[in-house]
Design a protein around this ligand. Structure first.
Ligand SMILES: Nc1ncnc2c1ncn2[C@@H]1O[C@H](COP(=O)(O)OP(=O)(O)O)[C@@H](O)[C@H]1O
Ligand SMILES: [Mg+2]
Length: 240
């Protein structure tokens, strides 16, 4: 019966259920998921295609409502906030990289990345300047003025990542962030995420199949068929 929020967890999910469809076609995609991502850590969520990973992180990010169960971010139950507060909380504290990137097609790379800053009240010039800086860090200095259609899949993936990082949110959630990247670009993206995660008041959640980058994980949580199957703390394996 404790109502004290868990302040050590960046994200705490308790007994999350989610189904899609109705009647005969109803599928229980999440079947009572308990999940925690700790502050200062990179938490990897792994598991076979279709096991519910994207559904779970969409619920954590507040893009999808669970049928039952609770989600807390930094001790705050988002579903209990007023709609306006919830929008502001998500805008300020959350960066999300979608599997399909979801870049705005009529905007340049720099303009896409500037969106969270403009939403936070930055002036356009400053926002574009900061966006170019983050894109340059991710190896895209020569691509900042192009629209997404003129970029490769890997370049679009890095633009989506830059957009999730630019406002330095406390929680970054990435869905398969290295899927379209070669080994070197994948490593540099993970290094950038690791830099965000080392802050004691921040956290990163990465959904991935990519075993080449598992050495960046502090914890690997394995999902199967709508349930968490195991959660392993990785001890010092990620030292060079
Ligand atoms: N909006 C939706 N409507 C119906 N079924 C869905 C929807 N989203 C996901 N599913 C189903 O839920 C299951 C889990 O999907 P998903 O969370 O995307 O898995 P993963 O990311 O692990 O591959 C899949 O069987 C998928 O077809
Ligand atoms: Mg998925």
């Amino acid at each position: 019966m404790s109502s004290v929020p868990d302040l050590t967890g960046a994200v705490t999910c308790a007994s999350i259920w989610k189904s899609f469809g109705e009647g005969e076609a109803k599928v229980d995609v999440l079947r009572g998921v308990n999940f925690m991502a700790a502050l200062g850590e990179m938490t990897f969520l792994v598991g076979p295609s279709g096991c519910g990973k994207t559904t779970l992180i969409s619920i954590i990010a507040g893009l999808l409502a669970p049928d039952s169960g609770t989600v807390s971010l930094f001790g705050e139950r988002l579903s209990l906030l007023a709609p306006r507060e919830r929008i502001l909380f998500r805008r300020q504290y959350l960066g999300f990289v979608f599997q399909q990137y979801n870049l705005l097609p009529a905007f340049t790379a720099a303009e896409n990345v500037a969106v969270p800053l403009v939403a936070a009240g930055w002036g356009r010039e400053n926002a574009i300047g900061k966006a170019r800086e983050v894109l340059t860090h991710l190896g895209l200095a020569h691509r900042t003025e192009l629209v997404p259609q003129l970029l490769s899949g890997g370049q679009q993936q890095r633009v989506a990542l830059a957009r999730a990082l630019v406002h330095e949110p406390r929680l970054i959630i990435c869905d398969e962030p290295t899927a379209a990247l070669d080994h070197r670009s994948g490593e540099s993206v993970m290094e950038r995420l690791a830099t965000s995660a080392i802050h004691p008041d921040r956290a990163v959640i990465v959904v991935t199949h990519d075993s080449r980058v598992f050495h960046f994980a502090h914890r690997i949580i394995e999902m199967e068929d709508g349930l968490i199957r195991s959660s392993k703390k990785i001890e010092s394996l990620n030292q060079p």
